[in-house]
Design a protein around this ligand. Structure first.
Ligand code: HEM
Length: 456
C-alpha cells in the first residue's frame, strides 16, 4: 500500500510510492545528453509505477481532454472573430493594453534611448505616439511622395488585420539617470529588476531597458508589424535592446471556465486574477491615483513587471500529476483548488488558515495567502517558444507580465513570498525588467505618450 511521502521540498505526495531514482533539478540541469535522458527514463518508469497514472494493462494513463477544453484552430478564429469591438482605443486617461482582454499574440521589446537631450526624447515619443495611434486605429500608412522608401512593409493590411492591436509604452529606471534631467521625476518605487532567489540564469542582455513596448494583438504578424513600425519611426534615436515574442491559445468562453488560457505546464492560467471590468478594483490595485505618493505626472500610469521565465519542460514532464498539482495547489484539468471540484471555488484555506488541503508552499497559497493585506496583481502572460537551447532541450516558457499601482505591495511582495517555492525546480527566469507604464495620452487629439513626464 503506497504511503504519502513528504518530498525534499516539503510538498506531500499522497499516493506516491517511494522513488529510488528521482531526477533532481541539479542533475537535470547538469546532465545534458545521456545523463539527462537516463534521468528522464527513470522518472518515466517511476510514474508508470504509480497506480494513479497507470492503466490496468500497464500502459500510461492518458487523460482524455474534455472536448470543451480543446480549442482547435477553427474555434480559435471564431473566438477572435467574436471579440466585441476589435479596435482598442489609444486615447484616454490610461494606456491601452493593460486591462485589454487577453490576446492571442504578444511581444515585449525594450529600447535604450540614443538621443542626448530631453527635447529629442520628447520628439521621439511624439513620433512613436503618432504611429502607435495609427496602428491601433487600423489606419493605412500614408505613402511618402517621390523617391523616399515605402512607409511600411505592407505585410499587414490596414483595417481588419491590425485591428485589435494594443500598444503600451513604459519607462525603466535607467531613463531617470542624468541624461535627460529626469532624476527628480522617477516614480518612487521604480528600480532595476532585483535579483531573486531563483535568478542565477538571468542575463543582462535580456533584461532592463530605458523604454519598454508591450504589444498585444490578434496575430503574430500584426504584433510583429507594430514592432517593425516602432523601430522604423524611431530609427537612430532608440536602439532595440531585447525582444520576447509570446502567444496564447485562448480557451473558448464557457460558464464553467474562468481562466482564458492554459500555460505550457498544462495548468489553467488566469483563474484568480483581478477583474479588469471592475473600475473600483482597477483603481485600488492597478492605476496610480493622485495623492498616492507618486509624482503628479504619473497619475493614470501603472507599474509593470516583466519576467521571461524559462520552463524546464522536459523535466516537468517527468513529475507525477499529483506532484504537479501540489506544486500549484490546483487540479490541472478542472483548475479547482486541490480537494475541490470547480475552478471558481475559493480554496478552503481562505476561510480556514489551518486547512492543509492546499499545501502551504504551493504556488497559489504563497502567491495569494488570502490574508486581508496580501498584495494583488493583474497578470497578463504569454507562452513563448524560442527554439532549441544549447543543451538540446526546448527553450520554452512564460512571458510573465504583471501590473500594479505599487511594486512594493505588488510584484515585489508576491515574488518575495514565492522565493523558494517548489516550482522553482522547474522554472528559471532568464530576463525581464521593471517599468512604469506612462499615463494615457488623454482625450486631446494632440496628446502623446510621455507628455506629462517630459513637459517643462
Ligand atoms: C513559469 C512561471 C509561472 C507559472 C507557470 C505560473 C502559473 C500559475 C498558475 C497555474 C496559477 C493558478 C491559476 C491562476 O489563478 O491563474 C497561478 C496563479 C498565480 N500566480 Fe503564477 N505562475 C508563474 C509565475 C508567477 C510569478 C513570477 C508570479 C508573481 C511574482 C505569479 C503570481 C501568481 C498569482 C498572484 C497567482 C494567483 C494566486 C491566487 O490568487 O490564487 N506567478 N500561477
Amino acid at each position: 500500500m503506497p504511503s504519502p511521502l513528504p518530498d525534499d521540498d516539503g510538498v506531500e505526495k499522497p499516493g506516491a510510492v517511494e522513488q529510488p531514482i528521482a531526477p533532481t533539478r541539479r542533475t537535470f540541469l547538469a546532465g545534458a545528453g545521456a545523463a539527462a535522458l537516463a534521468g528522464l527514463a527513470a522518472a518515466c518508469s517511476d510514474d508508470a509505477a504509480d497506480p494513479s497514472t497507470t492503466e490496468p494493462d500497464g500502459s500510461l494513463a492518458i487523460e482524455d481532454p474534455s472536448a470543451e477544453d480543446v480549442v482547435r484552430p477553427a474555434a480559435q478564429s471564431e473566438i477572435l472573430d467574436g471579440l466585441p469591438d476589435p479596435i482598442v482605443p489609444f486615447r484616454g486617461a490610461h494606456q491601452a493594453g493593460v486591462i485589454t482582454a487577453p490576446q492571442a499574440a504578444g511581444i515585449v521589446a525594450t529600447f535604450d534611448v540614443v538621443v542626448g537631450s530631453r527635447d529629442e526624447l520628447a520628439a521621439t515619443l511624439q513620433d512613436l505616439s503618432v504611429e502607435i495611434e495609427r496602428i491601433m486605429d487600423a489606419r493605412p500608412a500614408v505613402p511618402e511622395e517621390g523617391f523616399r522608401p515605402p512607409v511600411d512593409s505592407g505585410v499587414v493590411e490596414a483595417g481588419a488585420a491590425s485591428a485589435g492591436t494594443a500598444i503600451t509604452l513604459g519607462v525603466g529606471a535607467s531613463l531617470f539617470d542624468g541624461r535627460f534631467g529626469l532624476a527628480d521625476r522617477r516614480p518612487s518605487e521604480l528600480i532595476p529588476m532585483p535579483t531573486f532567489f531563483n535568478d542565477r540564469l538571468v542575463r543582462p542582455e535580456l533584461s532592463h531597458g530605458d523604454l519598454a513596448l508591450t504589444i498585444s494583438g490578434r496575430s503574430q504578424q500584426s504584433v510583429a508589424y507594430a514592432l517593425q513600425q516602432a523601430v522604423r519611426v524611431t530609427d537612430r534615436r532608440l536602439r532595440l535592446r531585447w525582444v520576447q515574442e509570446g502567444y496564447n491559445q485562448l480557451l473558448a468562453p464557457s460558464p464553467e471556465r474562468i481562466a482564458p488560457t492554459r500555460n505550457l505546464m498544462g495548468f489553467r492560467d488566469g483563474t484568480s486574477n483581478l477583474d479588469t471590468g471592475d473600475t473600483a478594483v482597477m483603481d485600488e490595485h492597478v492605476w496610480v491615483g493622485s495623492g498616492s505618493g507618486e509624482p503628479a505626472w504619473a497619475t493614470g500610469g501603472t507599474y509593470q513587471a516583466v519576467r521571461v521565465i524559462r520552463m524546464l519542460i522536459e523535466f516537468w514532464a517527468t513529475a507525477a500529476l499529483v506532484r504537479q498539482e501540489q506544486i500549484f495547489g490546483r487540479h490541472r484539468d478542472s483548475g479547482a483548488p486541490l480537494g475541490q471540484t470547480t475552478e471558481g471555488e475559493e480554496p478552503a484555506f481562505a476561510t480556514d488558515p489551518s486547512d492543509q488541503g492546499v499545501p502551504p508552499r504551493s504556488h497559489i497559497r504563497r502567491a495569494n495567502p488570502r490574508t486581508p493585506d496580501a498584495a494583488r496583481i493583474l497578470r497578463r502572460g504569454f507562452s513563448y517558444l524560442n527554439g532549441a537551447a544549447s543543451d538540446g532541450t526546448l527553450d520554452q516558457g512564460l512571458l510573465f507580465l504583471a501590473y500594479q499601482r505599487s511594486l512594493n505591495q505588488g510584484f515585489l511582495e508576491v515574488q518575495s513570498r514565492l522565493d523558494g517555492e517548489p516550482m522553482e525546480d522547474y522554472v528559471k527566469p532568464v530576463g525581464g525588467g521593471l517599468f512604469f507604464v506612462l499615463p494615457g495620452p488623454g482625450d486631446d487629439p494632440d496628446g502623446w505618450l510621455g507628455a506629462s513626464l517630459l513637459a517643462g
